[in-house]
Design a binder for this molecule. Structure first.
Ligand code: SF4
Length: 410
């Protein structure tokens, strides 16, 4: 069996195909993934899914009942999952993925779960596909690659990661099956996001060619850096704040460079709105997600240094703002109630429609319908998004807006 590819993993393929320099940078950083509560939660959900897919369906209910409300540690013995609760919600989401995998497999089909696949561009390393299914059609084999995405931050679409798994799986099993089609599926149940894409062998061969070229280029000693929203989003060079190319790119997109910063010419050279053209403003806004997340990761990197008692020139940690609260609510109530009426000191609030959804889960359709009649959804505040956003654009009534602003001032 191979090893995990440290710098050209399938999950990072969007990054290293778009920014070959990232492979060199990550090597130089000697970066090791630290994991997070979200990655641990995702790994635990994958383990639940794997277990279900390997069990006969008749045992599912029994298994689910046995693990609900346990921790990942008590169920799988993994100490790092001690703080992950396998609650009903996680099981419901995992079940959506499990059902799709079972529905995809024909009775005579073959299914491989957590299938280890040698990487075609780095055969000494491998990647693991969540589920690989081989079905037969009258004209050839139909391969399915199914990927569970448990995150709920960003919708994930079919791209190089699944294409790499598809190519690897074809090459692993082509000795036994003459394949005709490949379908790649992403199941992201917490965002109700399920996408599939089918391609034929010719299309897959063209993709293989492109990825092979990109993989070779990424390990060339002078592979260029290419900052951009997609490739930088999860790159350690961005999350750890170490990438000079990204820093220069972000500064350049607001008309700055390190020289002007060193010479403290910032205020004199900062572009003002009067001087920027629409096209330049658009470029800055297009880069805003990248700049915002880069800045927050830079701040975190410096915070971590100072919190670990290391020095960082020019910065220190101070106590942040906090709100006053009662030391002991019961005692505070006893005191206040001697001087004021309950109406003056107690607040009662109806729960929100979102919280009501949970209460209604097992109620009758009639009651759910009746409650829904009581709910309205006011228009959301106009929000600036990129043109590619699928939501319809809205017309803003500026005079109403000014009136609201004025009311808020009073
Ligand atoms: S942060 Fe962006 S530009 Fe820098 S190495 Fe990573 S992907 Fe490339």
């Amino acid at each position: 069996m191979g090893n995990r590819s440290k710098t050209r993993s399938p999950s990072g393929a969007t990054r290293w195909l778009k920014c070959g320099g990232s492979v060199r940078l990550i090597e130089q950083m000697k970066w090791e993934s630290k994991g997070s509560i979200f990655t641990e939660e995702g790994s635990c959900a994958h383990k639940v899914a794997e277990t279900l897919l390997k069990l006969p369906k008749s045992e599912h209910q029994h298994y689910l009942a046995a693990i609900v409300n346990s921790t990942g540690w008590t169920t799988f013995g993994k100490p790092e999952w001690e703080s992950i609760t396998i609650d009903k919600e996680m099981l419901e989401f995992v079940q959506i993925y499990v059902n799709i995998v079972f529905e995809t497999k024909q009775d005579e089909g073959t299914m491989f779960i957590e299938d280890s696949l040698p990487l075609f561009y780095e055969p000494q390393a491998d990647g693991t596909a969540d589920a690989v299914i081989i079905n037969s059609t009258p004209t050839g084999g139909h391969l399915h690659i199914l990927d569970l995405k448990f995150g709920k931050g960003v919708k994930v679409y079919i791209g190089p990661q699944l294409e790499i798994y598809a190519i690897n799986a074809i090459e692993k099993y082509e000795w036994a099956v003459e394949f005709e089609l490949v379908t790649m599926h992403i199941i992201q149940p917490r965002l109700n996001h399920i996408v599939s894409k089918t391609i034929n062998m010719q299309e897959l061969a063209e993709i293989r060619d492109k990825i092979q070229k990109g993989a070779d280029a990424a390990i060339s000693p002078d592979a260029p850096f290419n900052p951009g929203v997609e490739q930088c989003r999860f790159c350690p060079g961005q999350t750890e704040g170490t990438c000079l190319a990204l820093a220069e790119h972000n500064l350049a997109s607001v008309g700055l460079d390190f020289d002007s910063l060193y010479e403290d010419k910032v205020s004199a050279e900062m572009p003002s709105l009067e001087l920027l053209h629409d096209e330049e403003i658009r470029i800055i806004l297009d880069n805003a997600p990248l700049i915002e997340s880069w800045l927050s990761n830079l701040k975190k990197a410096v915070y971590d240094k100072l919190a670990d008692n290391q020095n960082f020139p020019g910065y220190k940690l101070v106590e942040g703002k906090s709100n006053r609260r009662w030391i002991d609510e019961d005692e505070a109530y006893m005191l206040l109630s001697k001087h004021f009426d309950n109406e003056q000191i107690l607040e009662e609030k109806l729960i929100s429609p979102a919280k009501t959804d949970k209460l209604l889960k097992h109620e009758s359709i009639d009651l759910i319908h009746e409650v829904q009649q009581q709910i309205t959804k006011p228009k959301g505040k106009p929000t600036l998004v990129n043109e590619s956003d699928p939501r319809e654009s809205v017309h803003v009534n500026r005079s109403e807006e000014y009136a609201n602003d004025f009311d808020n001032l009073n």
